[in-house]
Write a protein that binds this ligand. Structure first.
Ligand code: G3I
Length: 410
């Protein structure tokens, strides 16, 4: 196998019969030679019988050494971990980002992703319509590509999302299924997707965005249009989805995820009432995801203390808290706006550091080059930590400083 240009794999046969394999940035050339030297020092007898050595033992030893180095290389993750990732890790926080398989061919994208973040979450690749495009067909290819990239960089993977009213494939939304059929379809989907990623995805947004802003249930194909069997029964279908998820992968952490519920309001009250009920009745809910798609209007003492108070009440239920989709959209990229944005990223970073139950701080992408904001909020953007040319923005340093300065609230 000749050397490939990517970072990935170069497999070179040395004239002395040893092999040099480059995997990612892990280089294991000398091992083979040192293994032999090592051996020569401890067991001269064996060396005398070259036949034994050459044919059976040496290749075996080299293979073991290579295996160990590959594992240690992968376990230890990338050679260099970026400052943001390190600072967060020191605070017992996983710094994560949404990632898209569409950009894995962009080396700068994968370099920053693999070094500055300890976790990734597929932006679209694990959604129903993407992994289950036809009733009898699942397509894990693009999600698998992201999961293996994460593995290669020692990153965790957070799954998103199993039950959501958007990105529902046409075969479901126009299938005219009965509630009983929809229930079977949803149970099969949850089980198949979670079992495919069991052991590789440590946490899932099982249900996403099930409430309206006024705290009532969102009317969706899974709730009451026609619903998976619990129409009009409030959060029962969410409970059922969590029970299916727990049965599919008992080791995975199970989350309910939503937007606009970061502060004390009708929606967060409804989610709190659901979580309290679930915790009392032993429904398998491990945590809450707060999306935090915000703008500069969020940066008021009242809003920030309401956010902290909200996190505290959910923490007191014994739940793990994740900030799952943080971005701070701006109307312009002026130095003043970028400075205000940096301050707010620092405030959110501080909030997570000071709340012991906050274990994940995740942005919804990391470069303005690839952000959903301009498409959904025309005339807005500049929402992330790197600009469209992959230059670190004041926001990056604002968050970094907050992570470096603060000590975790325990
Ligand atoms: O991949 C297709 C492409 O083949 C096609 O040419 C193009 C035509 O429009 O669409 C592409 O798919 C788009 C996909 O993003 C990938 O870029 C979908 O149309 C578009 O709807 C989808 O938008 C995603 C959106 O969720 C809807 O699912 C955004 O990227 C994604 O950032 C956004 O993420 C959501 C979270 O999942 C939940 N919370 C809110 C957040 C923002 O809306």
């Amino acid at each position: 196998m000749v050397a490939s240009h990517g970072e990935e794999l170069r497999d070179i046969h040395q004239e002395d019969g040893t092999r040099e394999i480059f995997v990612d940035a892990c280089h294991v050339p000398s091992y083979a030679r040192s293994a032999r030297a090592e051996l020569q020092s401890v067991a001269p007898r064996m060396i005398q019988s070259p036949r034994l050595f050459e044919d059976d033992l040496l290749p075996g030893i080299v293979a073991i050494v290579l295996l160990v180095s590959l594992i240690s290389c992968h376990v230890s993750g990338p050679r260099t971990k970026g400052p943001l990732r390190n600072a967060a890790t020191t605070r017992h926080i996983k710094l994560g980002t949404a990632a898209s398989a569409l950009h894995l061919g962009d080396p700068t994208y994968t370099r920053i992703l693999g070094s500055e973040f300890a976790q990734l979450e597929p932006e679209n690749e694990m959604k129903f319509a993407r992994v289950h495009p036809e009733r009898t067909r699942y397509d894990f290819r693009s999600a698998d590509a992201l999961v293996s990239l994460a593995g290669a960089h020692g990153m965790a993977v957070r799954g998103h999302t199993l039950v959501w009213h958007r990105q529902v494939p046409p075969w479901v939304s126009t299938g005219n299924f009965s509630p009983a059929e929809l229930s079977r379809i949803l149970q099969d989907h949850v089980a198949t997707v979670m079992q495919h990623y069991a052991g590789r995805v440590y946490a899932w947004d099982v249900v996403n965005e099930a409430f309206h802003d006024n705290g009532t249930m969102r009317n969706t194909v899974w709730y009451d249009q026609p619903g998976a069997g619990y129409a009009g029964m409030g959060t029962r279908y969410i409970e059922q989805a969590l029970r299916w998820a727990h049965a599919a992968d008992p080791k995975a952490k199970l989350f309910y995820n939503d937007h606009g519920a970061e502060v004390m309001n009708q929606k967060s009250d409804a989610i709190y009432a659901m979580a309290q009920d679930f915790m009392q009745r032993g429904v398998p809910l491990d945590g809450i995801g707060f999306q935090a798609h915000i703008d500069l209007a969020y940066d008021t003492p009242r809003t920030l203390s309401s956010f902290a108070e909200n996190l505290e009440r959910f923490a007191n239920l014994g739940l793990e808290l994740h900030i799952t989709e943080l971005d701070i959209r701006l109307h312009d990229g002026s130095p003043a706006s970028l400075a205000a944005q940096a301050k707010l990223y620092a405030e959110i970073g501080k909030m997570c550091v000071q709340q012991p139950a906050c274990k994940v701080l995740q942005t919804w992408g990391f470069t303005d080059r690839y952000s959903w904001i301009p498409r959904y909020y025309p005339q807005m953007g500049w929402a992330l930590l790197w600009d469209a040319e992959y230059r670190k923005k004041p926001a990056y340093f604002g968050l970094l400083t907050a992570l470096e300065e603060q000590s975790k609230g325990f």
